[in-house]
Design a protein around this ligand. Structure first.
Ligand SMILES: Cc1ncc(COP(=O)(O)O)c(C=O)c1O
Length: 311
């Protein structure tokens, strides 16, 4: 990660090194934080944040699940995201990380008396799983760790603590020599990757697990589903058994970090990657994010530098 210069924290733009928290912050001890991963891309008209409003709406929904009142409105957070991208000169695009956490105040588990702090950082971050993986696909392995059930921790809220589950799966896959872990849910059906949603293609139909399969409802997932619809590709949301992946014509994963990334092996079963539907959806996605496709213009939030009040 290349350190950018400024981080927005609780309404102020601080130097990177000054954005510090108290070690007794509730969020650090118990994972009581909610966050987003967002990307901005360089376009002919300057940097544009992809689906910013959708990400901030999800941040609000995640915070609501944990009874965490966000002390900034959606439009204040939107301005702050613009300010962070602009003030760090990230014109070629970047990854943006807004996070809200229970701060310093209480050490018991009951968090509602602790303050809610908010920060937004941004940095240059290339292809999450490597440039080559976008071209020729990744090797994925079904994890021995199950995705947390939705009556244990709700997968639809993007909260810090639940990522311990992804971290266990990620370490296991890495140590096994694979690029990414795929997790089954408590019922034994395919849920998702450690930080991505999953799609398979069979006989021309795109299939992805439904929200009740313990997935995060990804914004890239929703993007790909609507692009597929525009392309006339049938989309089905249904439970997927692991062996369906072995027999799939194509498999790919989606996420803000991973973008649209082909999978070329699952549990050492080879899969054609990238297959024609993956390639088409990848093209549509990358055209959309950089503003090459007027059909997707509504998803782009062009960075304008909001005026900062005061001296
Ligand atoms: C578990 C999990 N699933 C899916 C996704 C993809 O979501 P999005 O496309 O909104 O980044 C992420 C990334 O945030 C994730 O962490």
């Amino acid at each position: 990660m290349k350190e950018a210069q400024k981080i927005w924290m609780n309404g102020e733009l601080l130097d990177w090194a000054d954005a510090q928290i108290q070690v007794l912050s509730h969020g650090l001890h118990y994972g009581s934080s909610v966050f987003e991963g967002i990307r901005a891309y360089g376009t002919d008209d300057g940097p544009a944040v992809f689906r910013l409003d959708d990400h901030l709406a999800r941040l609000e929904r995640s915070a609501a699940v944990y009874h965490m009142p966000l002390p900034f409105s959606r439009s204040e957070l939107r301005d702050a995201v613009h300010e962070v991208v602009a003030s760090n000169g990230l014109t070629e695009g970047c990854y943006i990380r807004p996070i809200a956490w229970r701060g310093y105040g209480v050490m018991g588990l009951y968090p509602l008396d602790a303050p809610v702090d908010v920060a937004i950082a941004a940095w240059e971050w290339g292809a999450y799983l490597g440039e080559e993986s976008l071209r020729s696909g990744i090797r994925a392995k079904i994890s021995s760790w199950r995705r947390i059930g939705h009556n244990t921790i709700p997968a639809t809220a993007k909260a810090g603590g639940q990522y311990l589950n992804s971290i266990l799966a990620k370490i296991e896959s890495h140590k096994g020599g694979y690029d990414e872990a795929l997790l089954l849910n408590e019922n034994g059906f395919v849920a998702d990757g450690s930080g991505e949603n999953l799609f398979l293609v069979r006989a021309g139909t795109l299939t992805t697990p439904p929200p009740q399969a313990s997935i995060l409802e990804g914004i890239t997932r929703a993007t790909v589903m609507s692009l597929a619809e525009e392309e006339g590709i049938p989309v089905s949301e249904r439970e997927i058994a692991r062996a369906e992946l072995y027999a799939a014509d194509e498999v790919f994963i989606t996420g803000t970090a991973a973008e649209v990334c082909p999978v070329r092996e699952v549990d050492d079963f080879p899969i054609d990657a990238p297959g024609p539907i993956t390639r088409r959806l990848q093209e549509r996605f990358f055209d959309a994010v950089v503003g090459r496709d007027p059909r997707s213009a509504e998803w782009l939030d062009y960075v304008t530098v909001p005026a900062r009040a005061g001296p």
